[in-house]
Design a protein around this ligand. Structure first.
Ligand SMILES: [Zn+2]
Length: 342
């Protein structure tokens, strides 16, 4: 793998990665402190690909970018529903009154998250963490929110959209972008490939150095998102290995095939380690150190539990581990004697 730049673009700056493709970044108030966004030339102006989180800092940076461009914004594409990607999509799309592109599952899931709990109790979230084996104090901490976390960092979503689908060709001005759907990190994540330029905008589906979070969250505790992820990665090996990959975090790179292989290997290593650890019965909480070597903050705990569970759900679906609910209401996972990971 080879990086095309040695450092991040500065917030407020634009770097032309290829003719008609600009790279910019927005700060994030997390451990992962930035997101990469892209502008691609469309008919009569620029199409935004992902937007940054919905804060006044990001808005101010966008205002600055708008002034720098040689044309207006003519469309907004969002790869997936996570707040760092979709945060200002509504604000930009409605300010310029332009088409808003997203896959169907991502769009409607975003609308649902933006609506919050809508009066429903938090009991199912509590049960999800109890079954993982978290203690009461941590569960209270993780479930005490008012359910409005998402909409506090995502500006009101456009109430109509243009649907992106696997295999479709999106024509923007003179450019054609093939839509490739990746699942697992989010339900129907759109990646964009331009054959002529040999550029892949990979969003969070394929990242360098860091691995995208693959989780089974409280909304769908039995989700087999790891299977979805491993299922939708190999298609990218059909693209040329010298494709320029523009990820949503860290630096643009070349070496797509190698990266796909190492992401697959990373998850297989985790699955194997979990299988070994489950020689005796284990809860999700007991298994966290198998996958995460550092101490986890409460924010990271949410991602860690979900990531560990997605791997266990994968093993469970294949009959490699069994799952039983113990007398305390906690799931225990145990490796099968008969069936091993191949
Ligand atoms: Zn994401």
């Amino acid at each position: 793998m080879e990086y095309l730049y040695d450092k991040q673009v500065e917030p407020g700056e634009l770097i032309e990665v290829a003719d008609g493709v600009l790279w910019l970044t927005m700060p994030l108030p997390f451990e992962l402190d930035h997101i990469n966004l892209y502008l691609i030339r469309g008919e009569g102006g620029w199409v935004v690909v992902d937007t940054g989180i919905g804060t006044s800092t990001t808005k101010a940076l966008w205002e600055h970018i708008f002034k720098k461009l040689d044309g207006p914004i003519v469309g907004v594409i969002v790869t997936h529903l996570h707040p760092d990607h979709i945060g200002l999509a509504g604000w930009i799309a409605d300010t310029f009154n332009v088409p808003f592109y997203m896959s169907q599952t991502e769009y409607f899931t975003a609308r649902a998250f933006a609506a919050g709990r809508n009066g429903a109790t938090v009991d199912r979230d509590v049960q999800y963490y109890q079954r993982a084996g978290l203690d009461e104090v941590m569960i209270a901490k993780l479930t005490s929110g008012d359910g409005k976390g998402y909409s506090s960092v995502v500006s009101p979503l456009p109430i109509s959209y243009t649907r992106l689908k696997q295999g479709m060709v999106l024509s923007l001005g003179d450019n054609e972008w093939n839509v490739m759907i990746g699942r697992g990190h989010s339900p129907e994540h759109a990646c964009l490939y331009n054959k002529k330029k040999n550029i892949l905008i990979s969003g969070d589906h394929i990242l360098p150095i860091i691995t995208p979070n693959i989780g089974a969250y409280s909304t769908e505790p039995d989700a087999n998102t790891l299977d979805d992820y491993l299922d939708t990665l190999p298609q990218f090996k059909a693209l040329p290995n010298d494709t320029t990959v523009l990820p949503a975090h860290k630096l643009p790179f070349i070496g797509l095939h190698e990266r796909v292989d190492s992401l697959m290997a990373h998850h297989h290593d985790h699955l194997e380690a979990l299988q070994i650890a489950c020689e005796r019965s284990q809860t999700v909480v007991e298994l966290l150190p198998v996958m995460f070597k550092r101490k986890l903050s409460s924010r990271n705990m949410v991602f860690a539990v979900a990531e560990c569970l997605s791997h266990l759900n994968y093993l469970h679906s294949k009959g490699i581990v069994s799952r039983t609910l113990n007398s305390e209401g906690v799931f225990e996972f145990k490796a099968s004697e008969a069936k091993r990971l191949s």
